[in-house]
Write a protein that binds this ligand. Sequence first.
Ligand code: ZN
Length: 681
Amino acid sequence: MTEDQANQRILDLRHQIEYHNYRYYILDDPEVTDAEFDALFRELKALETRFPELITPESPTQRVSVGGVVSEFPKVVHEVPMLSLSNVFSPEGLGEWNERALKYLDKRFDFEYTVEPKIDGLSVSLLYENGVLVRGATRGDGITGDDITPNLKTIKSIPWNLKYRDGSDDPIPTRLEVRGEVYMPISSFEKLNKELAEKGEKLFANPRNSAAGSLRQKDASITAKRPLNVFIYTLAQMDGGPDLKTQWEALKFFERLGFRVAPDIKLCQDLQTVSNAVQNWIDRRDKLDFEIDGSVIKINDFATEDRLGFVGRDPRWATAYKFPAREAVTRLLGITWTVRRTGTINPLAVLEPVSIGGTTVKSATLFNIDMIERLGLRINDPLLVKRAGDVIPNVVKVMDERRTGEETPIELPATCPSCGAPTTRRPDEDGTNDPKLYCTNDPYHCPFQMKDWIFFFSAVRGVDGMGERIAHRFYDEGFLKDYGDLYYLDREKLLALDRFGEKSTDKLLKQIEDSKQKPLDNLLMALGIPHVGVKSAEMLANHFHSLANLEAADVEAIASIKGMGRVAAQSIVEFFQNENNQAVLKKVKEAGVRTEDPIEEDGGPKPLAGKTFVLTGNLVNYGRKQAEELLKRRGATIGSSVSKNTDYVIAGAEAGSKLTKAQQLGINILDEDAFTRLLQD
Ligand SMILES: [Zn+2]
């Protein structure tokens, strides 16, 4: 290859890579697979290695690290100060802000508003001259910031060169300053913290801290390794571009120029619509992969904005509707140990009560003993806890700097808090391999294990009325010694209990009666046999067609089923050999519970016929192929990309652009739990 040919190919590759970057990072709609993209990138790198004189600073290969290491960030004086915003906390506060603006103009206006998510990240300014990124800076104090151009250049969604993506030949502004928010996706933040913990390094408190810490690296090559992203939302100044009259036009203009703009920004004609849009963000807050701490409401018309001006440094024409806080610092009072069905003994943090977003929080989940060790947790520790949605809060980190010296180590229990048997420590068998603490007794000799088993069995069987507390209570009352007793509950005895009216009692009994007709795989799943999940329960039911056949099977027969492992086969045989289990199963059978499936030639009903599913991210309990197979067997069609024709998106951990797209299109999104329930229906 001559240098001329190489140069042609290099230009072509750069053009392609830049285009695919745009599809991937800005539009979230890639046209090529990651592997195809990597191949282009590798080819470019190889050519540039062979012809180093052809490397230019604009080459995408240079994005990973430009500028080298600085000892001090140069200062930047913002030509247009970077504003702060006034805050409101309620629809009433929003109304008052609106009234103040109207009153200031001294006449009745019909304002239009934009409602944007308030990203909890780091504000930055990007300056382009003749379409080329010449400077990127932090907000600093709003007047003076730090020049972090090399760091910002490593963020793939920040364009280095502006051009109209719609092919328009409008002039590129000779000078353009835009502002936006750099953030770290929540999934990336969690991954980063996990890696830091494994290396024994200090954790970041939240995605904003990790974004700030990553962006303000003196060595930009460290920034390049951190998965940062950006949303652009403000036009600070422009010379020589189109005449923009509104914020809405500015946002559309940003998109045309290849900037990344937050999804679902609304243009609203009245305050009620604004409130609805804000509420919509509050509702979706926990489902997003970026942290938002509010909504920003701006009066759309630039001319009106100019007339409204500022109070101090806050514009009258915009305000931030702040959402309830979700984090608080409190103290660890102690640990409660709960024993689950499988014998695991799990820690629950007992907290000094603290109010988070209007709710009093008294406990937080710690997941497992590994977490105690990873966080370096001690009794009396000052903790940062976070509450998202209605789930039980979790501990983010220990606030080391607030320790007082009163902290004492946490002792792992040597005996089971339920039955007193010795505890043992071994890796979890759920595939995570997290070290866990176990009770060495079986459920027939450990009350907490059996209570949890009864609850689990009921939940899988669709007996929603048997909540955790009720399952425990019935056990304590002696109504249930095991899950087999579920089918022999005495209506009169239940009615004699406090808070058991006829209506709720009959509803519960009907659910139990109805559960008798559930298919075999549901029963097998509900038994809670170690190593038997939804998928293997289904395989067993398909293969054996009856509980009796399965009980009679030996390890060889079970392990010979495609997809069943020996460990599971062994576990199944042991389960049915256990005399206690046999006694409970006898009760189940005698109660008339269905233990056989009819043998169907066509593979059973097709409840999902006509529905299109797209899968994204990693599921914990299913392989991708397996999940697709389960759906297909129920008549579903599997799509490869999200479109308006998609009915459901199943999103596992680290779901990417498909999830974002589904959110934008308003497609039903199922997490793994919902997917499992769908399979059980
Ligand atoms: Zn125990």
